[in-house]
Design a protein around this ligand. Structure first.
Ligand code: SF4
Length: 439
């Protein structure tokens, strides 16, 4: 069902008296099943739109619109497709009880993969979905491959009915669809020969596979299903040897890196992170691939925009994994501003000590880390730890937490976003959401 949530003022929709709650039924005779149909079928400039108003009245609109002018409706968010797998390493299974309901939704939705870059396994994709992907050219898709050998993938996804991913990708690739793939590596299940075979199969798909990220399995103290071996420094180093070998080949033969270790792998292995050119267009930065390198770059580029802040005492809260990389950045900020930066490394009280990502720190962690720090003039916390509604994962609101702390506190993506405004009047919330100041 496609339902209107909002009508933009002055739009074609407003002129037609379409109101929130109106159900959009068909365009040019084709039924609308969801937002994708609307997006693609309503792209024509001449439309016959059938709709049902909230009163129940059905109306047919004949629309001729000036080229490129939007109809002007926003839609009720779609119901996401649920995941049919039951991976032992699933992050959802590692969530503590009592969090808000939507955090426990295991989505696996190729539509969101195309629209928002969410990873999907394609294991719940039916024939009609394949036809739709091909018709609408939903490309690139973000695909959780994990393993291409079929039996290994069934075990990893804990789902005996998983389709053969190589056949799926091959068919879609023949129709011009491209993919960004990820392999979440579970020691003993899809490293070693399985990883080698998987990279070989993905490589054989040619240009269709645009990038592959190799990501270590992430477990919390609540990951009750997982009984396997956790990732450690030795295993992480072994995986980086594989990505290095394959990326050398990709550079030689295709002039691009193609396969990337995630930042977390480098941190686990205690290895230096690659330079920006390694990451090309940073296609998987939202997946933690190149985020640290991009952050370093943004700090370097933004340094000259910073004001002098001599003697200001600034606390920087981060997670355990990012902490070792911070001194280098804070030193640069100190030289530029004259402020005294203090790194505050915080363990995650909600997920436990195995969860070291700064973006998963919660409100209680901020209170614990900063509650008695009357000596600080300012504190920066990872912006990724707060959602768009200003709420931490433990349901505490940023505003409440901030008001309980003895210093001004700002969420920050890359320090520059907050510090650049410190010398003058602050004009807005910190920074644009692209990157990871403290992941
Ligand atoms: S595919 Fe696996 S990891 Fe992803 S949501 Fe489903 S069960 Fe969880």
């Amino acid at each position: 069902m496609v339902r209107v949530s909002k009508v933009r003022a002055g739009s074609i929709a407003e002129e037609l008296d379409i109101v929130p709650g109106t159900e959009l039924l068909s365009v040019n005779g084709r039924e609308l099943r969801d937002f994708l149909d609307w997006e693609f079928l309503a792209a024509d400039d001449d439309l016959v739109l059938e709709a049902r108003l909230p009163s129940g009245e059905e109306v047919v609109y004949e629309i001729e619109r000036p080229e490129g002018e939007a109809i002007g409706v926003e839609l009720v968010p779609p119901t996401v497709r649920r995941c049919a797998n039951r991976c032992e390493f699933c992050f959802i299974e590692g969530l503590p009880p009592g969090l808000r309901k939507n955090l426990y939704v295991r989505d696996d939705d190729y539509r969101l993969s195309f629209a928002y870059g969410n990873f999907a396994t394609l294991s719940n994709v039916k024939e009609r979905d394949v036809e739709r992907i091909l018709e609408y050219r939903l490309s690139p898709l973000y695909v959780s491959v994990h393993a291409t050998p079929w039996e290994a993938r069934k075990v990893l996804l804990n789902n005996p009915r998983v389709p053969d991913i190589v056949s799926q990708l091959t068919r879609l690739a023949a129709g011009g669809i491209q993919f960004h793939c990820q392999m979440v590596i579970v020691p003993g299940l899809n490293d070693g020969d399985v990883l080698e075979q998987s990279l070989t199969d993905l490589w054989a798909l040619g240009d269709a596979v645009m990038s592959v990220a190799v990501v270590p399995v992430g477990l919390t103290q609540f990951s009750h299903l997982y009984t396997g071996t956790p990732m450690d420094a030795t295993r992480a180093s072994g995986l980086l040897e594989v990505t290095a070998r394959w990326s050398e080949r990709a550079q030689r033969e295709r002039g691009e890196t193609w396969v990337f270790g995630s930042d977390e792998l480098y941190l686990l292995a205690g290895q230096s992170l690659p330079v920006p050119s390694h990451y090309g267009d940073f296609a998987q930065i939202e997946n933690g691939v190149g985020a640290v390198t991009a952050l370093r770059d943004r700090v370097r580029a933004g340094l000259t925009s910073l004001p002098r802040l001599p003697g200001r005492r600034i606390g920087v809260v981060t997670g355990v994994s990012m902490a070792p990389l911070m001194p280098e950045l804070l030193d640069q900020l100190t030289v530029q501003t004259g402020a005294l930066f203090e790194l505050i490394r915080v363990e995650n009280s909600l997920f436990g000590p195995t969860t070291t990502t700064a973006g998963l720190l919660v409100g209680a962690d901020m209170r614990r880390a900063l509650g008695d720090r009357y000596d600080l003039d300012l504190a920066l916390i990872p912006a990724e730890s707060i959602n768009d509604n200003g709420i931490f994962l433990d349901e505490q609101s940023f505003i409440e937490v901030r008001e309980a702390l003895p210093m001004p506190v700002y969420p920050s993506y890359d320090f520059i976003d907050v510090l650049a405004a410190e010398g003058g009047e602050r004009t807005g919330p910190a920074g644009a959401r692209n990157g990871d100041a403290a992941a």
